[in-house]
Design a protein around this ligand. Structure first.
Ligand code: GDP
Ligand code: ZN
Length: 369
C-alpha cells in the first residue's frame, strides 16, 4: 500500500478519494498512474516511479462505448507492467470527477461521442485581454465552458499593463461572472503571476487555461511553466520495444507543485457542451427566473416575469439575456446534432405541441369543418 500514499502521487493530484476508488485495483496488483499524454493508441502515464509509455488493455478498448471511455489526459488509471522492460498496460480508468469534453461528429471518428480534452480539472483560468478586444459575450462563453468542465473558474483580466480603464472593465467583467473570482494581472510583465500560482496552483491542484485567441494564454502558460520547460516540452521517449516516439507532455507539473493540463484544443474550447455550465454561468438570470410567476416562464410575454422586470429597471443587461439565449440555442444545436436520443425526444416534444395546438385550434375555431 505504500505506493498509494507516496509523495510523487500526491504531487500528481492523488488524494484520499482517488485512493479509495483505487482499492479494487490495488487488490488486483495494479498501480495508480495519471495520464500525461493520450494519443489514439499510445499513452504516456506518470507513476510514482516516473513516466512510462503505455498501451490500453484489449478488454478496456473492447468495452469502450466511445472515445470518452478511453483514457484521457488527466485521468487516473490502473496500470500493470511497471517493472524494467515491461510493457505498461492501462487496465482501467478510475471514474472521472469531471471533464472538459468536445463532441466529435458521427462522420469524424470511428467512434462517435464525446472526446475528453482534460479530465479531473480543479480550476479553469479564463483569460480575457484588457486591450481593445475585450468582449464580455465571449467571456460568458468561456465561463460556461469552465463550469461545464466541472472546474472552478477564475477570471483573469490580463494585459493590465496596457488597460485604459481598468476599474470599469473590471466592474463590467464582474457583472458577467457572478460568484467568480476576478483578478487583474499581466502575463507579459509577470505582475500577478506568482500570486495566482500561490493562490490556485498549490501542490496537486490541476488547472487549465482557456480563452479567446490573443488574450495572452501562451504567455501565461510560459510564465507558469517557465520558458525553458515549454520550449523543451518535446522530448524523446524510448518505449519498451526500443522505438522512439516524440512526446510532448500535455499534463505538466509546475515548479510550484500545481499541475497544468494543456492539450491541443483545450485553450479555445468553445461553447460545445457548455450547456451544463450555462446555469452556473448565468446564475443571476436563474435566480431572477426563480421569482417569475410561471415556473416555465420564457421571459417574453408572460405576466409576473421577474427577468423582464430586472431588464426594465436595469438590474439585468439586455445583452446578457440575449447572450444566454444564444448560448442555450447553440448548446441545444450541438446536443441535437450529436445525440440521436435527444433528437428523438425533441421531435416527440414538437409532435406533442403540434397535436395540442391542433386540438386547441379545432376546439376554438372548429377548423375541422
Ligand atoms: P494567446 O493567443 O491567448 O495564447 O495569446 P498570446 O500569449 O500569444 O499573446 C498574444 C499577444 O499578447 C502577444 O503579443 C503577447 O506578447 C501579448 N500579451 C500577452 N500577455 C500580455 C500582457 O499581460 N500585457 C501585454 N501588454 N501584452 C500581452
Ligand atoms: Zn420570466
Amino acid at each position: 500500500m505504500s505506493v498509494m500514499a507516496s509523495a510523487p502521487l500526491l504531487e500528481l493530484g492523488w488524494d484520499p478519494g482517488w485512493a479509495s476508488a483505487f482499492l479494487p485495483y490495488d487488490a488486483a496488483g495494479w498501480v495508480p498512474a495519471r495520464v500525461v499524454v493520450a494519443n489514439r493508441d499510445a499513452w504516456l502515464v506518470a507513476t510514482a516511479d516516473g513516466d512510462r509509455d503505455a498501451v490500453v488493455s484489449g478488454r478496456l478498448r473492447h468495452e469502450a462505448a466511445g472515445p470518452g471511455d478511453l483514457p484521457a489526459v488527466g485521468d487516473w488509471v490502473a496500470v500493470s507492467g511497471t517493472g524494467p522492460g515491461d510493457t505498461t498496460v492501462i487496465q482501467a480508468v478510475l471514474p472521472r470527477r469531471a471533464a472538459f469534453t468536445r463532441n466529435v461528429g458521427l462522420g469524424e471518428a470511428t467512434l462517435a461521442g464525446e472526446q475528453v480534452m482534460a479530465a479531473n480539472v480543479d480550476v479553469a483560468f479564463v483569460v480575457a485581454g484588457l486591450d481593445g478586444d475585450f468582449n464580455l459575450r465571449r467571456l460568458e462563453r468561456y465561463l460556461a465552458v469552465a463550469w461545464a468542465g466541472g472546474a472552478t473558474p477564475v477570471l483573469l483580466l490580463n494585459k493590465a499593463d496596457v488597460a485604459d480603464d481598468l476599474a470599469s472593465l473590471r466592474v463590467a467583467a464582474e457583472a458577467v461572472a457572478p460568484g467568480v473570482e476576478v483578478r487583474t494581472m499581466s502575463a507579459l510583465t509577470g505582475d500577478g503571476v506568482d500570486a495566482l500560482a500561490a493562490d490556485h496552483l498549490g501542490p496537486g491542484r490541476t488547472a487549465v487555461v482557456i480563452g479567446s485567441s490573443g488574450v495572452g494564454k501562451s504567455t501565461l502558460v510560459n510564465a507558469l511553466v517557465g520558458m525553458e520547460r515549454q520550449r523543451t516540452g518535446a522530448v524523446r521517449e524510448d518505449d519498451s520495444r526500443g522505438r522512439h516516439t516524440t512526446t510532448h507532455r500535455e499534463l505538466v507539473r509546475l515548479p510550484g507543485g500545481g499541475i497544468l493540463i494543456d492539450t491541443p484544443g483545450i485553450r479555445s474550447l468553445a461553447v460545445t457542451n457548455a450547456a451544463d455550465g450555462l446555469d452556473d454561468a448565468f446564475s443571476d438570470i436563474a435566480e431572477l427566473a426563480a421569482a417569475c410567476r410561471f415556473s416555465d416562464c420564457r421571459h417574453e410575454t408572460e405576466p409576473g416575469c421577474a427577468v423582464k422586470a430586472a431588464l426594465q429597471d436595469g438590474r439585468l443587461a439586455r445583452e446578457r439575456l440575449a447572450s444566454q439565449r444564444k448560448l442555450e440555442r447553440e448548446a441545444m444545436r450541438v446536443t441535437l446534432a450529436n445525440d440521436p436520443l435527444a433528437r428523438a425526444v425533441e421531435r416527440r416534444k414538437w409532435r406533442a405541441i403540434h397535436v395540442s395546438v391542433n386540438q386547441h385550434m379545432r376546439s376554438k375555431y372548429g377548423s375541422d369543418r
